[in-house]
Design a protein around this ligand. Structure first.
Ligand code: SF4
Length: 387
């Protein structure tokens, strides 16, 4: 299972702390998948007003001192909007914030929305990277997940993406009840054989308030954590065998294809975020917008802020967060005050003895990601200290 903990990966991971990024949330979906708890709505009735609101929110935002290293359009389903609307929002960001010469501009899409023609339109607008919500190449699993697309559609969409975009990611979900290990392996192998540049794997989780949660409460089977652990390990082995390197707990990339936007967030870098439910991080302040789409639009149209809350972490909390976020990366994190306290704490010593936490010079990394939750717990159990 190759992991990217090398010198170049460490430099890339740490340099992301000084980069800045922007995120645009597009909440529209054809229908709501039963496992999804994102801030989304079915249909595009509010799309025109939403796009205008996003552009207005961008115009009111303070630019960073530096140009953007990454712009990410996520959702929801950004491609539920046409290319002109996407172009309008992207142009608003570029003119308000400025962009670095090598800026990464990415978009999420669902397979049913991508064909050779739409792929060309998206790249003409400026998107260089696409992330496809394939989730599985097994029609039974897709059906169990409540997805609109079929495995064949997913395969066609990946082909269109590969022919057009500079960098292509596939998202896969593991642990769908009824999914056998063999089916999961087959999905991972199909994804890798499609020639993608990046693979993100997610374990299916039962989020409160979702259709899946209600079904499980009514007696439907829940995801099996033991099988999910086995599936995670198989994906790691298969991706490594295909020449991909694991650079984060469940993210794999070919050289040069790690996601800059994600690296910024894991390095406590700053990012501005626009849209309903969007979270941003600026000047040490984390703040978030109102979650409902209609309320978001109303607030912006009335000239009000869309913010519904914020928190500023104290120095110690911020230091603990730095280590927790940094430990998600295979490159690990500089130990610093919290890391040094961790490795000498009772919990930290036990984690090192168990081979879960690794110390190399002034850096820490998690050697057994499936057991990484114990490291977070040990960090949070530390009494606040100086930093
Ligand atoms: S398409 Fe994605 S964002 Fe939309 S409901 Fe399904 S999982 Fe959620």
């Amino acid at each position: 299972m190759p992991t990217d903990g090398g010198v170049a990966a460490v430099a890339l991971a740490e340099s992301a702390a000084t980069k800045v990024a922007a995120y645009v949330h597009v909440p529209f979906c054809r229908r709501i998948c039963p496992y999804c708890d994102f801030a989304v709505v079915a249909g595009t009735d509010l799309a025109d007003r939403y796009v205008s609101a996003i552009c207005a929110e961008i115009q009111r935002a303070e630019p960073f001192d530096d140009p953007l290293a990454a712009i990410a359009f996520g959702g929801g389903t950004p491609t539920a909007l046409g290319p002109r609307a996407l172009e309008q929002m992207l142009a608003a960001i570029e003119s308000r914030f400025g962009v670095a010469s090598d800026v990464e501009i990415s978009i999420e899409a669902n397979p049913e929305d991508l064909n050779p023609s739409t792929a060309r339109e998206l790249t003409a607008v400026g998107f260089g990277r696409i992330s496809l919500g394939v989730q599985s190449f097994d029609d039974d699993v897709l059906s169990a997940l409540g997805r609109v697309h079929t495995a064949d559609q997913a395969w066609e969409a990946v082909g269109a993406a590969r022919d057009t975009f500079a960098s292509v990611n596939i998202d896969l979900i593991f642990g769908t009840p009824g999914e056998q290990l063999r089916s999961w392996e087959s999905s991972v192998i199909t994804a890798l054989e499609s020639g993608i540049d990046h693979l993100s794997t997610y374990s299916l989780t039962v989020e409160r308030g979702t259709g899946l949660s209600r079904a499980v409460l009514a007696g439907a089977p829940a995801p099996d954590p033991d099988l999910q652990a086995e599936q995670w390990l198989r994906a790691a082995d298969l991706a490594g065998g295909a020449g991909m390197v694991r650079y984060e707990t469940s993210n794999y990339a070919r050289a040069g294809h790690a996601v800059v936007y994600n690296l910024v967030t894991w390095a406590q870098g700053e990012y501005a975020a626009f849209g309903n439910g969007a979270h941003d991080h600026r000047d040490g302040l984390r703040s978030w917008n109102v979650r409902r789409v209609d309320r978001y639009i109303e607030r912006i149209e009335q000239g009000d802020s869309a913010k519904s809350g914020s928190e500023r972490l104290g120095p110690w909390e911020r230091e603990v967060e730095r280590v927790m976020l940094g430990l998600r990366r295979a490159a690990g994190v500089r130990a610093g005050a919290a890391g040094q306290r961790l490795v000498t704490s009772e919990g930290g010593v036990a984690l090192r003895d168990a081979g879960i936490l690794e110390v190399a010079g002034d850096r820490l990394r998690i050697a057994r990601p499936l057991l990484g939750d114990g490291v977070s717990r040990a960090l949070l159990a530390l009494a606040p200290g100086d930093c």
